[in-house]
Design a protein around this ligand. Sequence first.
Ligand SMILES: Nc1ncnc2c1ncn2[C@@H]1O[C@H](COP(=O)(O)OP(=O)(O)O)[C@@H](O)[C@H]1O
Ligand SMILES: [Mg+2]
Length: 350
Amino acid sequence: MSTQTSGMAIETAGLVKTFGETRAVDGVDLTVPAGTVYGVLGPNGAGKTTTVKMLATLLRPDGGDAHVFGHDIVREADTVRGLVSLTGQYASVDEDLTGAENLVLLARLLGHRKPDARNRAAQLLEAFGLTDAAAKQVKHYSGGMRRRIDIAASLLNTPDLLFLDEPTTGLDPRSRNQVWDIVRAVVARGTTVLLTTQYLDEADQLASRIAVIDRGKVIAEGTKGELKASVGAGTVHLRLRDPDQRPLAADLLRRLLDAQVQPEPDPVTLTARLGAATSRDTAAEQAARALGELATAGITVDNFSLGQPSLDEVFLALTGHDTRAPGAGAGSGTGSGADHSSGPKDEVAA
Ligand SMILES: Nc1ncnc2c1ncn2[C@@H]1O[C@H](COP(=O)(O)OP(=O)(O)O)[C@@H](O)[C@H]1O
Ligand SMILES: [Mg+2]
């Protein structure tokens, strides 16, 4: 279906994997441009790991097909295997060996000669801030160090495509930031990254495009901006000097911004949810224009803020349940829990 010149790292069509009655992956279509970070966002049990394992040739699909850099993952599995690397919950490092021993051993298994293997290991330990821990057994590593050595191991050969399966699940914020920096560095060197995550802010931070996956199906796909636009461009909060001007202000916002003005107990506050972002104007431009019109109409605004919708709101809007709803099979509580707030947390009051 595709060719190597398509510039696509991954193309799947109707990919299916069943385990008994469970359709773990239920007809997934993905198109991942080369040279980017692509986010696959979904709760526990959504089918992320199963998808990644098929693409990494560790599991055979039951239906559909997939190409990695134009190579069929079943018929050209050996070629695909040479192009990809996988870091997942089931990494290949040996707990009883030191960090350095692990990397040297794995480099040797990949065919590097001994001096070369040692060099590569030292370089990676340095790059991942593990030089001081190089001589320690991996079983004594912290969660963050463990995740970094896992990713280091997957970069012993520079892969064209790196699968990072929930690379920061369960990590503290500082370690998460370190992993994020690593991902950015890897992409800057030309590797395509397919990142799975349960964390909306992680996809937002790293990925250029995001597929939202729920119960084995892609329920939305696009750039971050497109996903957010499908929910609404943002929310405007105003605080007026004079409550009598509220009806006029609400009317102006409705007409200028195609906004839905929410009823409010406080007579001087006004909250308006902007309609889907138009291609012509950003939410900020729309809001700025509206502020100008309010001023022209003689309406005094004491306070103003514009909030972007969070990816959590996107998930809620798409699925009708949040990422921790029981129906989604989510809620393992593996993360810090700081990333799941479904409220308008971006909307910092002015
Ligand atoms: N080897 C397996 N045998 C049976 N069921 C499985 C197996 N692997 C995954 N599943 C099921 O498939 C679904 C998707 O799992 P998975 O791909 O691991 O999701 P995620 O990585 O998004 O958490 C879940 O319902 C899971 O229980
Ligand atoms: Mg998984």
